[in-house]
Design a binder for this molecule. Structure first.
Ligand code: SAM
Ligand code: SF4
Length: 336
């Protein structure tokens, strides 16, 4: 029996974790330059090395045939990839795919919210680190707050199943924004997740060990004003949600630095170069582009490689552990 045929039970790694979720990066480029994600002068991947939309679709199809039911499009900023809606529309009709999701900086949602919904996108995560235009500009280096706020308004008006704000809180940049961001989300019936800054590549404007705020600290700030109930909702994946008493909104805490959640990991990433990355914090990977562009290889070979790659998935990451090498790859190259 071939490895592909053996995989009727889906993708399972050697620690027994089932992988049913992929993050598919459609570009490493972006209209922002967030300080935690990119350096100021970025070298982007040459276009020839970037997977075509057709190749991205083929990768997605291979994963869904192997039991993956959720795909999140990410990047870089997915909405700056030219013709990205062509891919989104096709993925919306991909058999076996239950959920097509998107993470975006929101800068183009005023234009794309309605087409995204029509294509079948049900939930969107929108990054927003500050409601203060100056602070927002300092973090994103070039982003305009009003564009993102217009994008959020458009997404709310379009009516997705759930919208979530993603915020990275950094000491010295936006630690005073926790309560305003929570209030913003609650007022609009949105969820909000706080993500601890991860040491992915070297940040060029700061030392991450000085800026990283633990989510325990963020939670304390929130509890100074709101009553939080640990949520009965257990989502697959790293977010730990709490319910705000008196509100429909949920607050998520994604705490890879202070609370390791690798034992529950259910996901892998495909970078824009077609590198199947088995872990955010490690370099274990499989080159899918080489298979896609090798005329002697076919679709089954691609699926076989994906199955084989599951054995490479490491048990956990070791962020900030001096005994272990830290990732040199920045988040925009990773597919956040
Ligand atoms: N451009 C889109 C956006 O900003 O939402 C999608 C890609 S971005 C890389 C995905 C998420 O990763 C964003 O919510 C961003 O805040 C987060 N992110 C980027 N670099 C990070 C880092 N070093 N640590 C933690 N989160 C990071
Ligand atoms: Fe662009 Fe998103 Fe990275 Fe910010 S976090 S630079 S918006 S890819």
């Amino acid at each position: 029996m071939t490895a592909v045929a053996q995989q009727t039970n889906g993708l399972i790694d050697k620690f027994g974790r089932r992988v049913d979720y992929i993050r598919l990066s459609v570009t490493d480029r972006c209209d922002f330059r967030c300080v935690y994600c990119m350096t100021e002068e970025m070298q982007f991947v040459p276009r020839k090395q970037v997977l075509t939309l057709e190749e991205l679709y083929t990768v997605a199809r291979a994963f869904t045939e192997l039991g993956v039911s959720r795909i999140r499009l990410t990047g870089g900023e997915p909405m700056v990839r030219s013709n990205v809606m062509h891919l989104v529309n096709r993925l919306g009709n991909l058999p076996g795919l239950n959920e097509l999701l998107l993470t975006t900086n929101g800068s183009q949602l005023d234009k794309y919210s309605a087409p995204l919904k029509a294509a079948g996108v049900k939930r969107i995560n929108i990054s927003l680190d500050s409601l203060d235009a100056e602070k927002f500009r300092r973090i994103s280096r070039v982003g305009k707050l009003e564009r993102v706020l217009a994008g959020i308004d458009a997404a709310i008006a379009t009516g997705f199943d759930r919208l979530r704000i993603n915020s990275v809180i950094m000491r010295g940049y936006n630690e005073g924004e926790v309560l305003p961001l929570v209030e913003f989300a609650l007022d609009r019936g949105l969820d909000i997740a706080f993500i601890e800054e991860m040491p992915l590549g070297e940040a060029s404007d700061h030392d991450r060990e000085d800026t990283t705020c633990s989510n325990d600290w963020v939670r304390e700030q929130i509890e100074s004003r709101y009553t939080l109930l640990d949520s009965a909702v257990k989502t697959a994946g790293p977010s730990r949600y709490v319910q705000v008493v008196g509100s429909k909104s949920r607050i998520g805490f994604i705490s890879p630095v202070t609370h390791n959640f690798c034992a529950d990991c259910n996901r892998v990433r495909v970078t824009v170069e077609g590198r199947l990355l088995l872990c955010l914090g490690n370099e274990h990977s499989m080159d899918l582009r080489a298979i896609l562009r090798d005329d002697s290889k076919d679709f089954d070979d691609l699926k076989t490689a994906i199955v084989a790659a599951m054995d490479l998935k490491p048990e956990r990451h070791y962020f900030y552990d001096k005994e272990h090498a830290q990732p040199v790859r920045l988040m925009n190259m990773t597919g956040g």
